[in-house]
Design a binder for this molecule. Structure first.
Ligand code: FPP
Length: 243
């Protein structure tokens, strides 16, 4: 579907989401169905993420935020964790090589301290060198937890001397700072829960759940999710235009 088609929506309906968040779920089951190790599923999931980032940029989605590794994912078998780390490293190295071609700002949300020094360095380099691009932004959540983010925000606010507080001020202490909240949360893989993802930021997001596994979540599936979003009536607690 073209950006133009997706922009054409009924009056009163939301247009194109500015910010899409994705829980990239189902990699393990995708691999199992094919008799492959779980890491092969994550590798297919990383490919799916690259394609999704390009497609969102093509459509004019300003922000894409993906859940790549949660604060709870450390409980997984060591070889699976190592596999995900090496995929991340490969992705970041490639992203650094392609920066000028892709022109995407890359941000990492999460505490990098437990990661290997080399991976931390790559994350910082990607964030610094891509910060000049303002057209599209990809946020990769690593060692990320929604509750952890809120607790850290509270600690940073306290360390700043407890300035006058409102929702905007407190939101500014989240990893994304002042970027707009996600309009649409997509969760492929058949589960219907938030799993400690962006608990503060998803307050008014529209939710889209799909049984399609993340490695199979292609452009057509994105089109379906965006089309579903465009048929929602976003009221933000109000009664809405047609009442
Ligand atoms: C959830 O699927 C997926 C993860 C915990 C890891 C996601 C990681 C990647 C897609 C690869 C690296 C990312 C980037 C940004 C390069 P699951 O394993 O829980 O799937 P299952 O529910 O089928 O077992």
């Amino acid at each position: 579907m073209s950006a133009q088609t997706l922009h054409k929506v009924a009056g009163g309906s939301p247009g194109l989401p500015r910010h899409i968040a994705v829980i990239m779920d189902g990699n393990g089951r995708w691999a199992k169905k094919r008799g492959l190790p779980r890491t092969a599923g994550h590798s297919a999931g990383a490919d799916s993420f690259r394609k999704a980032a390009r497609y969102c940029q093509k459509l004019g989605i300003e922000y894409l935020t993906v859940y790549a590794f949660s604060t709870e994912n450390w409980k997984r078998p060591a070889d699976e964790v190592a596999g995900i780390m090496s995929l991340l490293e490969r992705y970041l190295r490639q992203a650094l090589r392609d920066l000028e071609k892709e022109k995407v700002r890359i941000c990492i949300f999460g505490d990098l301290a437990p990661f290997a020094p080399e991976l931390q360095k790559l994350c910082r380099e990607c964030m610094e060198r891509s910060s000049v691009y303002t057209g599209a932004q990809v946020n990769i959540c690593l060692n990320y937890g929604g509750r952890d983010e809120i607790v850290r925000a509270a600690k940073r606010w306290a360390a700043d001397g407890c300035p006058e507080l409102d929702e905007d001020v407190f939101g500014g202490y989240m990893w994304g700072g002042s970027i707009p909240d996600p309009d649409l949360l997509i969760r492929p893989g058949g589960e219907m829960r938030i799993s400690n993802f962006l608990l503060w930021e998803l307050a008014y997001a529209e939710m889209y759940f799909s049984d399609v596994l993340w490695p199979d979540f292609d452009e057509r599936e994105f089109d379906k999710a965006i089309a579903a979003y465009q048929h929602r009536n976003r009221r933000y607690g109000d009664v809405g235009e047609n009442e």
